[in-house]
Design a protein around this ligand. Structure first.
Ligand code: NAD
Ligand code: DAU
Length: 341
């Protein structure tokens, strides 16, 4: 079995590379990543020497390049994670979101189709495509898509392209929609690692608006386990929601972090709200639990403190990302400069 992961140098992708190499010792893993600002090969330090692992530096929106990559590696399955993933960046400039999330996904679908029906295509999407919830209810797979940010709109567009490829051309495709992940290797522009890094340095913690927006947090390794279950047992043409049944207002998450670090709440600064900020996300994950036998195995009260401790113990990783030094890893390891794709 040869699995091609896109975006394997990012947060979830890197955790997934580690997870698959460990959990499926007979599988080969090919990681295709463009190494944008969010791609960090330090997340995969130690994996390079594994004979079952190959890194390919390439842009998924580059059709010719993807054709060559698919012809060379002939994957049995694709786990498609590569994306522009940060909502705030999509508000500043949606251009790379359209290129990678929309065009890139279509390029991969076309190449999967060329290889034939035997190629399984797992499209890693997000609960954000459903839009925002009020105080009650949860997103189900049947909830109509109503994305509110350029990021979630580009992910929704990619979901429709995957659906179309499955319905029109019989591509063996499955879509997953997961809630907010936390854990090691998350880029410190996202809420949890940003708050840990700032609190540690006694810098202000920017909380958008009233901080009462609610997110459903899932430990990243539980997401990886769900993706493996979908790859092995999911049905073509289906959508599977993945969530932690673990809702928290942002301000409470920030307080938990401060408390664990023994830092004062006076570091919290309420700043201007994110435009179009989704008030609440909550996932109904009963379908994947019932049909594929998956459920989260990490509890927030243990996994959040462990995550905070991971960032404390990996001070060099955080410093390297924050200073931009991580961009040099590729050059050191592979002897070439990272060029913008
Ligand atoms: P990330 O931003 O940490 O990593 C994205 C990776 O994709 C990086 O390694 C980057 O270099 C790579 N990439 C970007 N553009 C590329 C291109 N054109 N070609 C090849 N590689 C490219 O993202 P993440 O948080 O790990 O999210 C991974 C996937 O999971 C995304 O599709 C995202 O929408 C989805 N998702 C994320 C979360 C979350 O909480 N982080 C939750 C649900 C779903
Ligand atoms: O729900 C899944 C999504 O979760 C993924 O699809 C996205 O790729 C991922 O980035 C994440 O999106 P969010 O916008 O929910 O994550 P973020 O970490 O940016 O923000 C979490 C919440 O915290 C959100 O309500 C905004 C708020 N926030 C965020 C930052 C960075 C703050 O209050 N202050 C901040 O500085």
């Amino acid at each position: 079995m040869r699995v091609l992961i896109t975006g394997g140098a990012g947060f979830i992708g890197a955790n997934l590379v580690h997870y698959l190499l460990r959990e499926r010792p007979e599988w080969d893993v090919v990681n295709v990543d463009a190494l944008t600002y969010a791609g960090n090969l330090e997340n995969l330090a130690g994996v390079e020497d594994n004979p079952r692992y190959t890194f390919v530096h390439a842009d998924i929106a580059d059709k010719e390049r993807m054709r060559a990559v698919f012809a060379e590696h002939r994957p049995d399955a694709i786990l498609h994670l590569a994306a522009e993933s940060h909502v705030d960046r999509s508000i500043l400039d949606s251009t790379p979101f359209i290129r990678t999330n929309v065009t890139g996904t279509q390029v991969l679908l076309d190449e999967a189709r060329r290889l034939g029906e035997r190629v399984r295509f797992i499209h890693v999407s997000t609960d954000e495509v459903y839009g925002a919830l009020g105080p009650e209810g949860k997103f189900r797979e049947q909830t109509p898509l109503a994305p509110n940010s350029p990021y979630s709109a580009s992910k929704a567009a990619s979901d429709f392209l995957v659906r179309a490829a499955q319905r029109t051309f019989g591509v063996d495709a499955v879509i997953t929609r997961c809630s907010n992940n936390y854990g090691p290797f998350q880029f410190p522009e996202k809420l949890i690692p940003l708050m840990i890094a700032n609190a540690r340095e006694d810098r202000p913690l920017p909380v958008y608006g009233d901080g009462l927006q609610v997110r459903d947090w899932l430990y990243v390794e539980d997401h990886c386990a769900a993706l493996l279950a979908v790859l092995e047992r999911g049905k073509a043409g289906e959508v599977y929601n993945i969530g932690g049944d673990n809702e928290w207002p942002n301000i409470e998450v920030v307080r938990l972090i401060l408390d664990h670090l023994d830092k004062p709440e006076s570091l919290i600064r309420h700043v201007e709200d994110r435009p179009g900020h989704d008030r609440r996300y909550a996932i109904d994950a009963s379908k994947i639990e019932r049909e594929l036998g998956w459920k989260p195995s990490h509890r927030f009260e243990h996994a959040l403190p462990e995550t905070i401790d991971w960032y404390l113990a990996h001070e060099n990783w955080v410093a390297s990302v924050r200073s931009g030094r991580y961009r040099e890893y590729y050059e050191r390891q592979y002897g070439r400069r990272v060029r913008e794709q």
